[in-house]
Design a binder for this molecule. Sequence first.
Ligand code: SAM
Ligand code: SF4
Length: 332
Amino acid sequence: MVGATGKLIDTYGRVHNNLRISVTDRCNLRCTYCMPEEVVFMDKHELLSFEEITRFVAIAAPLGIDKIRLTGGEPLLRRDLPRLVAMICAVPGIKDVGLTTNGILLAHQAQPLFDAGLRRINISLDTLDPDRFRQLARRDGLDKVLEGIHAAKKAGFNPVKINAVSIRGVTEHEVVPLANFARLHRLEMRFIEYMPIGADHWERDKVYFAHEILDQLEQHVGPLMPAQDYDPKAPAMDFDYVDGGGRVGIIASVSRPFCMSCNRVRLTADGKVRNCLFALDEIDLKPLLRDDAPVEEIAALVRANVWAKWEGHEINTARVVKPERTMHTIGG
Ligand code: SAM
Ligand code: SF4
């Protein structure tokens, strides 16, 4: 029965239209919750070329993929990224191309990316305090990220979304300053519950939960109401400030998993397809993409991979197994 209709559907009836593509595993930061301090990166020749990535997108689009997000590692480290954006935007059926970046190199790239057709951008920023930034990212760079955020706004991205990982005792105290910063600069703040996908030791107690973030925001920033266009199937729970001061998204991957409405599939920088961030199996398409294998052969493998998707991650159970790859080699 796999993929009888050709679309990317799994045994739970979830239809997949959302592809996240990692363009590199390299990064210019070393966020503690994402990757180890010392890393052996993939050889450059292991990475899919822009042509191979675009070939994959052209095969995936007729299977129902219409929304793409480029990520990494740090995607802006991949030279000439606007060229890839333009190539992907030109694939028939692709409606929406987004990017998640740490913002360090964004100041010079925001405009060329916008001009190439990129319209959605998420910039990761966990703190406005330079010392805390250095502790979390094991590198300096707060000023550059702030420059990148302003460049994104100037280039015309709207909204500019800011991602912050929510870790008890670590980023818990950043919630209010970040929310105020976002209100001041008309950015959309998104808090993401800390997940067991990095190189560090994760425990449930370290997650600073969605309801705690909301309590802080309501007490110290302003009353919130569910956004009118709130989509219960989307990963983020969106709230608007009652006073019109903007929007906040909460991604409660741990306390309120959205697995049953997950529509995502992933392509790693080295050409592996994964049906879940936490998947333990993946299929290697690089040789097929490289050798110009028949479209139907590749499509069949992708359909089979999605068909085999499990019910959901098991972060909240004792059965959870951390994937061998850490976040930066999968693509967040
Ligand atoms: N380097 C880019 C960046 O930081 O935005 C893109 C890749 S990064 C892996 C994508 C997103 O994953 C970032 O917003 C990051 O904060 C988030 N992330 C990384 N590790 C995480 C974890 N353990 N739990 C929750 N989110 C995480
Ligand atoms: Fe790099 Fe992004 Fe991971 Fe931080 S979260 S180490 S910026 S890939």
